[in-house]
Design a protein. Structure first.
Length: 372
């Protein structure tokens, strides 16, 4: 177990275009998979490896994330010493007086006092929106065995938008020889925005970047200092993905209906944990129909559901038909409504006999609290 490793999670919003899904919340807090938030996968990866101290760096639209994480008890992180630490947001001086994030190295510079207080010798840094079940103990062991400066998790399977991704070229000695940032087409291994290094090196790099006005991990640290540091890859072959747009969110959610993906992502030896809502079992009324779908607890299904992901406390009335949809917590589909390739945010109500349809490459998104 990795008792000598600390976890740090970035939750900052990017230029990803998830439209209505990120208007009321940060990217890491976007619901996913019927029961989870995106950040659940990163936090669970750290906890499953035995990491007991985790810091979460906040920036904006973080209220739902605070509500979700709470004290960290659902991840066994509610400790008197250490455990879950929610690191407050910061503001940078600007003409319009708004908060402005210049890059992740800049975020680390703002919490440098916290970095000095870390009790462990090593630090995992990860984004809070990567969907994967990662064997972090193996990543740590590779870091030690190769005497790496930084060990970076990557995959052969391309998961994200190339214009928002980083790729690695790897030589026969299994070392990273080139860092390719935001190419037009995927090339080499795709970086999964998770890396391991020593606490002392992290502090040194943070101070170096701060004094030289360097703000980006991928551009200024990885690409800019690749010949000064020993960068070692850890190639992960399991299911992994990122949601960089509404279509990619829809596609990744639908992928969970594949039993192979479910077994890979939700393997029993490394469970994905989330906030315990103590919901009752879902009620399926006589005459209802549910096929090839993920349905969370607390729902009432009186109509028909197919190829869909249904979150908690969704009510689908008699005669309603839901196909190829993602319905967030508290959605109410009234009688005889027909939905196809639609994403409803929380507490959406669809009126009787409504017909709503999107497309797989451009699903229809209904904003939180809407009544249609």
């Amino acid at each position: 177990m990795l008792h000598n490793v600390h976890g740090l999670i970035f939750t900052h919003n990017r230029t990803y275009n998830l439209r209505e899904l990120t208007e009321p919340r940060c990217l890491s807090s976007v619901p996913f998979g019927g029961r989870f938030r995106l950040i659940d996968f990163t936090v669970s990866n750290l906890v499953n490896a035995g990491i007991s101290d985790v810091g979460v760096m906040l920036q904006s639209r973080y209220q739902s994330l605070l509500d979700h994480l709470g004290s960290g008890k659902d991840w066994d992180l509610a400790h008197h010493t250490g455990g879950l630490r929610l690191l407050p947001p910061y503001s940078l001086p600007s003409q319009d007086n708004h908060s402005e994030l210049r890059g992740q190295m800049d975020a680390l510079a703002q919490i440098e006092p916290y970095l000095h207080e870390i009790r462990q010798d090593y630090v995992f840094l990860a984004d809070g929106d990567i969907v994967a079940n990662l064997p972090l103990q193996k990543v740590y062991q590779r870091h030690i065995d190769t005497n790496a400066d930084i060990t970076l998790v990557c995959t052969k399977k391309y998961t994200g938008d190339p214009s928002a991704s980083v790729y690695f070229a790897i030589n026969d000695a299994q070392e990273i020889t080139d860092v390719i940032s935001r190419p037009e087409q995927p090339v080499g291994m795709e970086y999964l925005n998770l890396f391991l290094l020593s606490k002392n090196l992290l502090i040194h790099l943070t101070q170096h970047c701060a004094t030289h006005s360097l703000y980006s991990i991928r551009d200024d640290l990885l690409a800019g200092m690749q010949h000064q540091l020993k960068l070692v890859p850890y190639v992960f072959n399991g299911f992994s993905t990122r949601c960089t747009s509404v279509p990619s969110y829809f596609e990744n959610s639908m992928a969970l209906l594949d039993p192979k993906v479910q077994r890979d992502l939700f393997c029993p030896e490394r469970p994905i944990r989330t906030r315990d809502r103590n919901e009752p079992s879902t009620y399926y009324a006589p005459g209802s129909n549910c096929h090839n779908s993920l349905v969370a607890g607390g729902c009432t299904i009186e109509g028909s559901v197919a190829n869909s992901v249904i979150f908690q406390n969704v009510h689908i009335e008699k005669g309603a038909c839901v196909q190829n949809c993602i319905l967030f917590n508290g959605t109410h589909i009234q009688a005889n409504a027909n939905l196809n390739q639609v994403i409803t945010d929380k507490k959406v109500t669809i009126s009787p006999s409504s017909v709503l349809s999107g497309a797989s490459h451009y699903p229809l998104v209904i904003a939180k609290g809407s009544y249609l």
